[in-house]
Write a protein that binds this ligand. Structure first.
Ligand code: PGA
Length: 251
C-alpha cells in the first residue's frame, strides 16, 4: 500500500531570511502530522533550512546534483556535498532544466545513478509539452523519458525513486490536468514500470502529480488511485497553502 508524499520545489525563489522563516512556519504547521513531506530550497539556503527542519517530519531536498564525483567541475554540486549537509532527496529531470539547461534523458540517468549510489532518494520529473499533448503524444513522450532516465536501474534501486508527472503546460500556469487526465498518465507510467521492473516495483513506486497543484485542487487530485502525492512549486512558497495540501495527503 503506497502512502502519499508531498514535496515542495521552491525553485530559484526567496532570500535566506524568507527561506528560514518559511521552514520554521512549516515545522510548526506540520508538527504531529503522520505523513511524508519534503522541501527543496535553493542550494545556497540548504544548510540554513537543514538546521531548522532537523528532527521534524520534513525531509530536506535539493533541486539538482552533479552526475560526477568531487573534482574539477566549476559551479557543480556533488552528491557527497549534499549528503554532507543533510540532504535526503534530490529532484532531477525537472522540465525547467530539460528546457533551459538542455538536460537529456542520458544525463538525467547518470545523475540518478550518482544520487542512488550516494544513498539518497530521487524525485524524477517527467511530462509532455502542450504541443505534444494535443498531438496525442503524451504516452510516447512520458514512456520515453521513464525508460531513458531509469535505464539500468535495479528493482532494489527503484525503492529510492519517486516519479513526478508534471505536464509542462500545467507548471506555473494555473492550468492543471483534470484528476482523471492526470490519473490516466500515472496509470500508463505504472505500466511502463511494470514492464521494466516487474509488478511489485510498479505497485510500490510513488507517482506524484505536479503542475499548479494548490490547496484548492489538491484534494481531488490526491483522491485518484494512482496519484500518490504532489510536487508543488508556487504553492510551496506559502506556509498556509503548502501545509493545507500536506493535510489533505494524510486524510
Ligand atoms: P507549480 O510548479 O506548482 O508552480 O506549477 C510545479 C513544479 O514545477 O514542480
Amino acid at each position: 500500500m503506497r502512502t502519499k508524499y508531498i514535496a515542495g520545489n521552491r525553485k530559484m525563489n526567496m532570500d535566506r531570511a524568507g527561506a528560514v522563516d518559511l521552514a520554521k512556519a512549516l515545522v510548526s504547521e506540520l508538527k504531529g502530522l503522520d505523513g511524508s513531506f519534503m522541501i527543496a530550497p535553493p542550494f545556497v539556503y540548504l544548510d540554513a533550512v537543514a538546521s531548522v527542519i532537523k528532527g521534524s517530519n520534513i525531509r530536506l531536498g535539493a533541486q539538482n546534483a552533479a552526475s560526477t564525483e568531487n573534482g574539477a567541475h566549476t559551479g557543480e554540486v556533488s552528491v557527497a556535498m549534499l549528503k554532507d549537509i543533510g540532504v535526503q532527496s534530490v529532484i532531477l529531470g525537472h522540465s525547467e532544466r530539460r528546457d533551459a539547461q538542455n538536460e537529456s534523458d542520458k544525463l538525467i540517468n547518470e545523475k540518478i545513478l550518482a544520487v542512488l549510489n550516494g544513498g539518497l532518494e530521487v524525485v524524477l520529473c517527467i511530462g509532455e509539452q502542450y504541443s505534444q499533448r494535443i498531438a496525442g503524444a503524451t504516452e510516447e513522450v512520458c514512456g520515453k523519458q521513464v525508460r531513458g532516465c531509469l535505464k539500468g536501474l535495479t528493482p532494489e534501486q527503484m525503492k529510492n525513486v519517486v516519479i513526478a508527472y508534471e505536464p509542462v503546460w500545467a507548471i506555473g500556469t494555473g492550468k492543471t490536468a483534470t484528476p482523471e487526465e492526470a490519473n490516466a498518465v500515472h496509470k500508463f507510467v505504472r505500466g511502463v514500470l511494470a514492464e521494466m521492473f516487474g509488478n511489485e516495483t510498479a505497485e510500490n513506486t510513488k507517482i506524484l502529480y505536479g503542475g499548479s497543484m494548490n490547496d484548492g485542487n489538491a484534494e481531488a487530485l490526491l483522491a485518484q488511485p494512482d496519484i500518490d502525492g504532489g510536487l508543488i512549486g508556487g504553492a510551496s512558497l506559502k506556509a498556509d497553502k503548502f501545509s493545507a495540501i500536506c493535510r489533505f495527503s494524510v486524510k
